[in-house]
Write a protein that binds this ligand. Structure first.
Ligand code: ADQ
Length: 771
């Protein structure tokens, strides 16, 4: 540090001095130049006046008069000397210190006499400096001699010296000031933050991590990339330490809870050289514009949380639609990039879709056809032949991209996501029989009659049966799927082993309830839950109790039914007026589709109606927040809310229910949950409701609000334990583990592992019974 300071001071002194000397030198030269020009101009002016007065006496040979006149003029102009010469260059008369003109160089004089032009030159002798100006003298247009004026120029040098002196003192002052300020800047803005960072890293190393999460590195903002890296390092070290401690705790307690690290280790161990390829419509990293800057964001999605540790562990490939506005500018020539951008571990391959492809495949067939087909929510599916064409073409396009990525990889593992890609498993398997292919269907599978509405159901089923493993959230969806296969295709289904066999290929059908990234390994939050007043302040509102609903704006989520149930609660229990607020956070979704536009209108209309009926200046029964929030924001609303309402008319699982439970580290809060959400099969301590029964929902909310704290805590605690044990890492480990265990068979061989996998799957349950 000492040497650094000395080196810094020396560098500053030398640098500032060199710059100052150079700048003073220019200043002196410029100043002298100006003074010289000024003197020349003044002398030339005087000589012109004298010229007229000398010409006549010279022509008449009045030498004495000339001398007298020169003496007078010299005194008047304070010139150093004046002299008149004849045409032979002989001194006619002079005024000035004796001998001055005899010692003069003859340059300007000769020029004036011989060439008849004005001429000037600076001369010096010892300390003396002068300007010599010579002008020709004429009589009747004939040259008769020359007049020479000597002006004192010594003051020009003196002024130059004065400028140098000033420059010296200025340089000295600059050096002192700049060195002082620099040392202060180094101390305040460099050393202090560095010492803080070093201290932070030391505390991290020694395990004193308690307060680190709350400390920001704002002081390091001057070095944004460094601060960012330190933040990342702090986070990953903190997480790694917490994970290691949690693992040790779990091992000690003989538990086998899944964590991201355990999942990664498991994948590395079990999959060896096999590479994993994931296909989904939504990409895990998206490049978008924020202001004028391109940023890489992670779209909120549970899938990224689950799949990322897997892909990181085996350096896999994720193929997805490149939907970010700046995505195309951020890929290589093969449309690939390495992600996560801060710590590249796997490859993201982006596939581009035209607006027609998106409209036909995504908006049309997937979201206006398959989505309402699979959800019994009384919105009629729309099947257009043109959309089906696009769906097939886009499935082929993604399959081609996937196959290209798989080239050179032996026995790859392929994990396809969701109803957007029903045809992909068959396409992959046909081209690469050595691949193990699984598809997870994130939405419900309805009963066979309902699915029969789809004109292309046989092709969809055939596409799906190309997979070795098909996953649904709950056993009911597995059974519905097998019933549909039975009814539509020539295939042999086996309910005991939960398989479907077609053209010599067996597909296992299993339930894997998806979940959230909650493993109890994150450092426990020390901050108390935010008060609802803090959250409502932004909207100018207040209340005593907050309840929350978080959904994509989708007609399957029962948002309108929920609002009407809350209105019913106020009718039945006016006690809650001015006390209770429902915060409904709704992310805009699929807003180009007419049924979604209609829902949006209906939700707003219902909120306005209820609010107009009951609201006061500082309170509203319903606060509608229509935007996509970050996970952190949603988490604050969950924590500040006493009750969470999940009123789906039909839902594969519903992650909001599990997120609410994971957020409540105070072991408090009540979940009101639709019996038509897959989550209701697992979260038995929630208050289970039928969203179509408005009075029933209103009463359940009332029951939730009145539940005694002890009961609330017991229920929440049990649900938290359950979600922790059945988290998203377990989900991913189970699917991929089962896929790995499937023995790849020749058409005639039975697959004994199916029996083993099927043992946990219950037998068929009637879909109609459940609804
Ligand atoms: P979704 O229908 O999207 O998923 P869900 O499971 O509820 O439904 O997940 C929604 C996710 O979006 C949650 O993580 C939630 O936090 C988030 N979200 C909702 N509104 C938000 C907002 N305004 N701002 C920010 N985030 C918001 C489909 C199926 C589900 C199944 C999942 C996973 O329909 O049944 O559970 O896939 O398989």
């Amino acid at each position: 540090m000492k040497f650094f300071r000395i080196r810094l001071i020396l560098a500053l002194v030398v640098g500032i001095t060199l710059v100052s000397v150079a700048s003073t030198c220019f200043e002196v030269l410029a100043h002298k130049h100006v003074l010289r020009q000024e003197l020349q101009r003044r002398t030339a002016g005087i000589s012109k006046i004298l010229q007229a007065e000398m010409e006549k006496p010279l022509a008449e040979g009045q030498t004495v008069e000339i001398a007298a006149e020169l003496t007078r003029l010299r005194a008047q102009d304070e010139a150093l000397g004046l002299a008149v010469y004849d045409m032979q260059g002989t001194l006619v008369a002079e005024a000035g210190p004796a001998g001055t003109f005899g010692a003069l160089p003859l340059g300007p004089l000769n020029k004036a006499i011989q060439q008849g032009v004005d001429s000037a030159a600076f001369g010096h002798q010892g300390d003396q400096q002068w300007l010599e100006e010579a002008i020709p003298l004429y009589v009747d247009g004939r040259k008769v001699g020359a007049l020479v004026i000597l002006e004192d120029a010594s003051y020009i040098r003196a002024e130059g010296v004065a400028v140098w002196r000033q420059g010296f003192w200025r340089t000295a002052a600059f050096v002192l000031l700049i060195v002082g300020v620099t040392l202060l800047i180094v101390r305040w803005f460099l050393m202090r933050p560095m010492v803080r960072v070093a201290d932070r890293l030391r505390r991290l190393r020694t395990g004193e991590i308690d307060n680190l999460a709350d400390e920001s590195l704002a002081e390091l903002s001057l070095f944004t990339p460094l601060a960012h890296e330190v933040e990342l390092m702090t986070d990953s070290l903190t997480e790694a330490r917490a994970a290691a401690e949690a693992e040790a705790r779990l091992r000690d307690a003989g538990e086998h809870r899944w964590t991201a690290e355990r999942l990664a280790a498991n994948i590395r161990e079990r999959f060896g050289a096999s590479r994993i390829f994931v296909l989904s419509n939504r990409e895990p990293y998206m490049h978008v514009l924020q202001g004028k800057e391109t940023v890489c964001i992670v779209p909120p999605s549970g899938l990224v949380t689950a799949i990322e540790p897997v892909l990181r562990a085996c350096d896999g490939v994720w193929v997805a639609h490149g939907s970010g506005s700046e995505d195309k500018q951020n890929v290589d020539e093969h449309d690939r990039l390495r992600v996560p951008p801060d710590d590249p571990r796997y490859t993201l391959r982006r596939v581009w879709l035209s607006s027609e492809e998106e409209a036909g495949y995504y908006d049309g067939f997937a979201n206006e056809g398959l989505w309402p087909l699979c959800h019994i929510a009384h919105t009629r599916p729309i099947f257009r032949a043109s959309d089906w064409e696009w769906y097939q073409r886009v499935n082929e396009k993604f399959a081609t991209a996937l196959l290209k990525e798989m080239e050179g990889n032996d026995k790859p593992i392929v994990f396809v996501q969701d109803y957007h890609f029903a045809l992909v498993p068959r396409l992959i398997k046909a081209a690469r029989p050595d691949a193990r292919v699984a598809i997870f269907w994130h939405i419900p599978w309805p009963n066979a009659e309902a699915f029969g509405i789809c004109p292309w159901q046989a092709k969809l089923l055939d596409g799906l049966l190309g997979a070795d493993l098909i996953g649904f959230h709950i056993p009911l969806h597995c059974n519905n799927f097998l019933s549909t296969v039975d009814r539509v295709l020539e295939a042999r289904t086996d309910r005991e082993h939960m398989t479907a066999r077609r053209d010599g290929h067996t597909t296992a059908v299993r339930s894997y309830p998806i979940s959230v990234a909650f493993d109890g390994c994150k450092p426990e939050r020390k901050t108390p839950a935010p008060s609802h007043d803090e959250l409502l302040k932004e909207f100018g509102l207040r209340c005593e109790t907050l309840i929350v609903g978080v959904d994509r704006m989708d007609y399957t989520k029962g948002i309108v039914e929920r609002l009407i149930a809350v209105e019913k609660l106020f009718e039945e229990h006016p006690f809650y007026l001015e006390r209770l607020t429902l915060a409904q956070i709704a992310a805009p979704s699929r807003s180009r589709i007419p049924s979604y536009m209609e829902l949006n209108r209906k939700v707003k209309e219902t909120v306005e109606r209820i609010n107009q009926r009951y609201q006061t200046a500082t309170w509203k029964p319903v606060l509608l927040i229509e935007r996509q929030c970050s996970h952190a924001e949603v988490d604050l609303w969950y924590r500040a809310s006493a009750v969470c309402l999940v009123t789906s008319l039909h839902d594969g699982m519903n992650l909001v229910a599990k997120e609410f439970i994971a957020a409540h580290d105070d072991d408090d809060g009540v979940l009101v949950l639709s019996k038509f959400a897959g989550a209701s099969t697992e979260l038995l301590d929630a208050l289970i409701i039928n969203p179509y029964d408005i009075e029933g929902v209103a009463e359940a909310i009332h029951q939730a609000l009145e539940m005694v704290p002890d009961e609330r805590r017991k229920r929440m605690h049990r649900m938290r334990q359950y979600v922790m044990d059945h988290n998203i890492y377990r989900w991913a480990a189970n699917i991929l583990g089962n896929l790995r265990e499937l023995r790849m068979e020749t058409p005639s061989t039975a697959n004994p592992i199916h029996a083993q996998l099927a043992s946990s799957v219950p037998t068929e349950e009637s879909d109609t019974e459940r609804k």
